[in-house]
Design a protein around this ligand. Structure first.
Ligand code: PGA
Length: 220
């Protein structure tokens, strides 16, 4: 069965208490979360919460993702978290988000290094592209089309355009699942996931409210 990916990208949000409160609400719906069919729910908290989220979700069908990884392997790289370390806690890693490209100067060359290190340690990259012409490194199987104008603005791409861009991306690559991201909510998610070209959603702001994220999962 082909997966429908529903990814929560918390970005640089939540204190420890806020994360606990989020988990309390989310887990109180664990019965619904057990029966999700083909939906692959992935939570991407900041590094500081990967250990606690892992102890809550290990052995369940909820998967975890890092939001970033070091472009270097383990060693003398102060402040970096590498792929080998992440693999202890997560199965996925988000790479190539426009916020990292634009605020942290991440280049195609650096992103290729990150993808290679993710693959080396058995992490699945969720590789963000900003349009149909963004370079996609070899070995990537999950891509998120995230037009910059739609991120955090409340103005998503039109489902028709998202569908077209996802179709163009798939046409140029083998074995890719393409997700849509940018101002996804429980009200609009089905407009995207009903397309057979769009294999899921990457959700930022709306995932910070656990009830809203549960509704996105339900409506997807
Ligand atoms: P948004 O962010 O849902 O807040 O628009 C999406 C993303 O950046 O992944």
């Amino acid at each position: 069965m082909e997966k429908l990916y529903i990814v929560a990208n918390f970005k640089s949000n939540m204190t420890n208490n806020e994360a606990k409160n989020w988990l309390d609400v989310f887990i109180s719906h664990k019965q619904e979360l057990k029966n999700m069919g083909d939906k692959e729910v992935i939570l991407a908290p900041t590094f500081t919460f990967l250990l606690s989220f892992n102890s809550v979700f290990s052995g369940t069908n909820i998967k975890l993702s890092a939001q970033n990884l070091s472009p270097f392997d383990e060693g003398a790289f102060t402040g970096e978290v590498n792929g080998k370390q992440i693999k202890d806690f997560a199965d996925y890693v988000i790479i190539g988000h426009s916020e990292r490209r634009n605020n942290f100067g991440e280049t195609d060359e650096m992103l290729t290094k990150k993808v290679n290190l993710a693959l080396k340690y058995g992490l699945t990259p969720i590789f963000c592209v900003q349009g149909k012409d963004t370079n996609i490194p070899q070995g990537v199987n999950v891509v998120a089309y995230e037009p910059v104008f739609a991120i955090g603005t409340g103005t998503p791409d039109t489902p028709e355009n998202a569908d077209k861009v996802c179709e163009d991306i798939i046409a140029n690559h083998d074995n890719l699942s393409v997700l849509y991201g940018g101002s996804v909510t429980s009200d609009n998610v089905a407009n995207f996931t009903k397309s057979d070209k769009i294999k899921g959603v990457l959700v930022g702001g709306a995932s910070l409210d656990p009830m809203e994220f549960l509704n996105i999962i339900k409506n997807a």
